[in-house]
Write a protein that binds this ligand. Structure first.
Ligand code: FAD
Length: 475
């Protein structure tokens, strides 16, 4: 049974009201990549009844929910239209220690969940490379972690959620109840409605530490071989690739594999407090760097440094240090300067991965388009989410400094390699895919549109990304 948060009845849909617009704050906002930046009308409803009023009365034609803004591109943007922050839906509502099921509102962040529940012996079951995302954002992107090959994506751990739809109705969704809407919302990028709250199954852990094994790989073949060999042995696997390496070193990497450490694996000094949650002191990037600070030379230097400080070794580290390397520096995205960064993440089927990865890495390397952060992971079977990203194979994520139209053209050409290989681009990272390529990459798009047409025939929920990709009409 889903608890009721508000006893107030849902208001009936009324005509959009121009006076209501005064409630919105017009501001330029962006995703984590700082590209694109768009002027949006931003609403911040306080509670369910208020949210219902925004959906019913906001004069903007289109509205999109927004969490902590960690999607990179335009998924949580709505140029000249409405954005609804989920920030006030920030309560944890209940926890069943026996089943490990947490009931919380959509704005609760992974950071808060981990901080509260690691000391109680639970971890978030599927965690992205940052913990500063909201539950609403995690559901909308059906996020995956370094353990997709063993645990699948977010949807595997969502028991149910409540969704405010365009009509103002609150609908409970689970595998059994409104299951079409459940699977359209998981990965549906906020386009089916606003997730109010959810029940999530957490993962029991013995300690707050990770038992990590680092191993260098000389090139792409060596790293793919390592993924192949270790599948199943390690719950978590990720490789950092030096994407400026060339020739026989193309794809030079460091594999970082890990399991949650058992009590017996902890050094004696940590055994008295095995579930303590440790965060380091976090420096901040104080201002946006000038564009010239990042160039092929500094990236080459960084990649050599990264390789040098990761020798083959095994160690036990606090979980925060293994999972959230990037979170150790606040506002690290400022190093990319005012033009921002385009994060490009693709998945390629296992059979076609090697060939396509070589083509993509060679192309980037010869164009001197380095990425500070180039990450390779293996993904297990697809989720049932109609627009979910993960499919079986290898996923490559690159941070490419935004240089202008030339970068967008380059990525759209790389999209053709991805398409030929039978792969797809991740919507939570996308900022420049063409609609005709998107349609080919996501075969369940028509099923998604059919579910959306039922709950949102007027296309009240829409984003800049959804219009660019033709998920909704671009009027
Ligand atoms: C450093 C970094 C590393 C990352 N690593 C990974 C990774 O390893 N794996 C992975 O899967 N992702 C990864 N991501 C992407 C990130 O997990 C997703 O973009 C996630 O959706 C961000 O959540 P958010 O709360 O910031 O949502 P936002 O960015 O604000 O919004 C993202 C989407 O969620 C929707 N949304 C937000 N709240 C609601 C709501 N209440 N109801 C309905 N829809 C809602 C928005 O409309 C939008 O479509 C990474 C991002 C960063 C910055």
């Amino acid at each position: 049974m889903v608890e009721t948060l508000s006893q107030k009845p849902a208001p009936t849909l009324v005509e959009p009201d121009d006076r209501f617009a005064q409630r919105a704050s017009r501001q330029p906002i962006a995703g984590w990549g700082n590209f694109p930046v768009e002027q949006c009308e931003v609403y911040r409803p306080e509670a369910l009844a208020d949210l219902q009023e925004v959906v019913a009365r906001a004069p903007e034609r289109d509205l999109i929910p927004r969490g902590l803004g960690r999607s990179y591109g335009d998924a949580a943007l709505n140029r000249d239209r409405g954005v609804i922050l989920n920030h006030r839906f920030d309560r944890m509502l209940g926890f069943d220690a026996e089943s490990g099921v947490l009931h919380c509102e959509a704005a609760v962040s992974l950071a808060e969940i981990i901080e509260h529940f690691v000391p109680r012996g639970f971890f978030f079951p599927v965690t992205p490379g940052t913990k500063f995302i909201s539950i609403g954002g995690a559901i909308a992107a059906d996020v995956h972690g370094k353990n997709h090959h063993t645990n699948g994506s977010m949807g595997e751990f969502v028991v149910d959620f409540r969704l405010l739809t365009a009509s103002g109705e609150v609908v409970s969704c689970s595998r059994e109840e409104n299951s079409d809407l459940f699977w359209a919302t998981l990965g549906g990028m906020g386009l089916t409605g606003f997730v109010i709250d959810a029940r999530i199954r957490l993962l029991p852990i013995e300690t707050g530490y990770m038992s990590v094994q680092n191993q260098r790989a000389a090139n792409l073949d060596a790293i793919l071989e390592m993924f192949f060999e270790s599948d199943g042995q390690f719950a978590y696997e990720v490789a950092w690739i030096d994407c400026l390496s060339r020739g026989p070193s193309l794809g030079r990497s460091v594999m970082m594999r890990a399991n949650h450490a058992t009590l017996a694996e902890l050094p004696a000094k940590w055994r008295s407090e095995p579930n303590v949650f440790k965060e380091g002191i976090k420096p901040t990037v104080p201002f946006t760097f000038p564009g010239f600070a990042l160039n092929a030379w500094s990236m080459k230097a960084f990649n050599s440094f990264f390789n040098a400080i990761h020798p083959n070794a095994s160690k036990v580290v606090p979980c925060d240090r293994y999972f959230y390397v990037l979170d150790q520096i606040h506002h690290w995205n400022r190093i990319y300067g005012k033009r921002g960064v385009v994060q490009y993440q693709i998945v390629l089927p296992t059979q076609t991965s090697r060939e396509a990865l070589v083509e993509i890495l060679e192309r980037l390397s010869s164009a001197n388009r380095g990425s500070f952060l180039a990450v390779l992971k293996s993904l297990g079977p697809s989720s049932q989410g109609l627009l979910s990203f993960p499919t079986q194979g290898y996923t490559l994520a690159l941070d490419l400094p935004h240089t202008g139209r030339d970068l967008i053209d380059e990525l759209q050409q790389i999209d053709q390699i991805v398409l030929r290989a039978g792969g797809r681009v991740y919507l939570a990272k996308d900022a420049c895919m063409r609609s005709e390529d998107f349609v080919e990459m996501y075969p369940d798009l028509d099923r998604f549109k059919a579910v959306k047409a039922q709950v949102d025939p007027e296309q009240r929920f829409s984003s800049s990304q959804a219009r660019r990709l033709g998920i909704v009409d671009a009027t």
